[in-house]
Write a protein that binds this ligand. Structure first.
Ligand code: NDP
Length: 242
């Protein structure tokens, strides 16, 4: 039976590319989404058209009940969980001095609480030899103004994956995070002028914006046989941006 991967936030952007890549790698893929059911079903249809196996499952990753149900439905459908990629995330920009606590809470609820909830459930269900992959961001290294809540949430993710890698001792399960640099998705492009996009794209010496496939390739490596010895790491996939 095919190995099974759950990819959160797979209705668009990086998650969609990861779902398609893992399906091409031979995984049965759970395409998770929070609200975009039509887009998620389109990803499933696309995978099935290329003879892959996929299933769309709704769950807000910050909601423990919904996440629990998603894992239960995955077990019912496929019998095991081998890879969990917690890619879902949101970004909001606000100066810390504005004190926008509501925005801070939203970002933390999805990016940090969501990662905790998904990793907790993943740790319960993942089969021996499994791979758990969280999502940080290379913006952590830039400390840009207005990224306070986002950077705080992603710094928390990096802590969680390192601790969980140690907690999984004896189960032959690796736990890592990927920290992309700027990637051409809705999350990155929304609200930026073309000058801002151009500036951020050229911060790396390869002088281009990351593409969703650049990140899906890294996840495929971590989820596949060649990634077996990488554990407790944060892989900064950013074209060399520093
Ligand atoms: P997008 O905004 O393009 O896609 C986000 C996806 O996450 C959507 O499928 C969305 O689905 C889903 N999602 C959002 N909130 C939730 C939730 N609470 N529960 C479940 N699903 C949810 O983002 P990207 O593809 O750009 O980002 C993916 C990850 O990569 C994020 O963790 C982001 O922080 C990280 N990242 C992105 C970078 C970039 O430049 N793009 C750079 C560094 C890191 P729905 O519409 O159904 O909510």
């Amino acid at each position: 039976m095919a190995r099974t991967a759950i990819v959160t936030g797979a209705s668009r952007g990086i998650g969609r590319a990861i779902a398609k890549r893992l399906a091409a790698d031979g995984f049965a893929v759970v395409v998770n989404y929070a609200g975009s059911s039509k887009a998620a079903q389109e990803v499933v249809d696309e995978i099935r058209r290329t003879d892959g196996e996929a299933l769309a499952l709704q769950a807000d990753i910050g909601n423990p009940e919904q996440v629990k149900r998603m894992f239960e439905k995955t077990m019912e459908a496929y019998g095991h969980v081998d890879v969990v990629v917690n890619n879902a995330g949101i970004m909001e920009n606000s100066l810390i001095s504005k004190g926008d606590v509501a925005s801070f809470d939203r970002v933390i609820a999805t990016n940090l609480r969501g990662t905790f909830v998904v990793l907790a459930e993943a740790a319960k269900h993942v089969a021996e030899g499994g791979r758990l992959i969280g999502f940080s961001s290379s913006v952590l290294g830039l400390n840009l103004p207005t990224y306070g809540a986002y950077i705080a949430s992603k710094a928390g993710v990096e802590g969680l994956v390192r601790v969980l890698a140690n907690e999984m001792r004896g189960r032959k399960v690796t736990v890592n995070a990927v920290a992309p640099g700027p990637v051409a998705t809705e999350l990155f492009l929304t609200g930026k002028t073309s000058e801002q996009v151009d500036h951020l794209s050229k911060l790396n010496p390869l002088e281009r914006l990351g593409q969703v496939e650049d990140i899906a390739n890294v996840v495929s490596f971590l989820a596949g046989p060649d990634g077996a010895w990488v554990n407790g790491q944060v892989l900064r996939a950013n074209g060399g941006m520093s």
